[in-house]
Design a protein around this ligand. Sequence first.
Ligand code: GLU
Length: 422
Amino acid sequence: MTIMVPSTATAPGRQALDSALHQLGQAAEHLGLDDGLRTMLATPRRSLTVSVPVRREDGRMDVVQGFRVQHNVSRGPAKGGIRFHPSTDIHEVTALAMWMTWKCALVGIPYGGAKGGVSVDPTELTTRELERLTRRYVNEILPLIGPEKDIPAPDVGTDEQTMAWIMDTYSVNTGYSVPGVVTGKPMTLGGSLGRAGSTSRGVQIAALAALGRSPEGARVAVQGFGKVGALAAQYLADAGCRVVAVSDISGAIYSASGLDVSDVRAWVAESGGVYGYRHADALSHDELFELDVDVLVPAALEGVITAENAPRIKARLIVEGANGPTTPEADEILAANGTVIVPDILANAGGVIVSYLEWVQNMQAYSWSAAEVEMKLRDLMEGAYGEVRSLATDRALTLRQAAHVIGVGRVAEAHQMRGLYP
Ligand code: GLU
């Protein structure tokens, strides 16, 4: 038996949590929140760590660690994705849950924030092992989740199939089908039109709003050519931008005249990664960050833009498709250099917005057209962008600071209106 418990000595998620707490601290200061409320907002309401035994194909049993953190439930049920990644730990999941709270409040959807994670590399498991792992993990967190309590969704390393297994496991335990327990489901199980590309569509909407010029020919680099990054690149190219570089774990590629994004996506579907794509030059991961582009879209993991590489970033606009890609130190350096950052809780909110629309459709056993979903997504994204932009201008804040002031402020207000029980 192998016990795959991550070493707490390295605690990779600590940096993400430190960033989230730093951002909360700044917003709380700006809002003048008292110490009690600050502490309450800095700590998750519920936090569960579980051991998940998995039967491997060779008969051996492995045990991996899983987490579900509900950071806040003042404005509605907890909401947030589930991540399968080897470096996921309780600190990272807590940070991601906190960002979900502010994100939902910022875009005005009636949810609190949550996140789940399993410290595992899904690419090392067979489909059957992954299914057993998912179902057992869901069983372990079953007391926390439910359509009125806490609604998971996809995140890094999980997809529609994972959501289908979650929906089934929960429904079998309940005795009837409960589509509203999870979002990002396949269409046949109550998924929503537009959910699959929703985070990327939101990134496109945010990028075009912040660009402040015609998108025609605007040079774009996308770090992370996965679920979010590949479609964000596609939608930006469709809008007239010139996507000059993209990267994933296999490598980075560059073409000064612009990549044919649909052709790169076809290459990735065939070969598994961008590496080796013939109609472009190879680039190092570091070089991608340093390109002279108009827009840089980090769309992979946290903490990739740091004090070390921030001084060399030439992009005028950074649109955060990922959660937490920029450290607070890098934020300061970039702000001083005049780089505008559309922060994660705004830029990647399209995913949870369409999750919300999916859940509303499930709760009323009804479905909307793709055009209706897209219109509601656009309204919420553009409305939130406008509010952030004008607060930032009025109070001389960065877009991140303004977004946090709005998100944290709304949650604090909900706390104050509800009062403290008992
Ligand atoms: N995992 C996505 C995020 O970080 C989506 C969460 C959701 O739809 O609940 O925003």
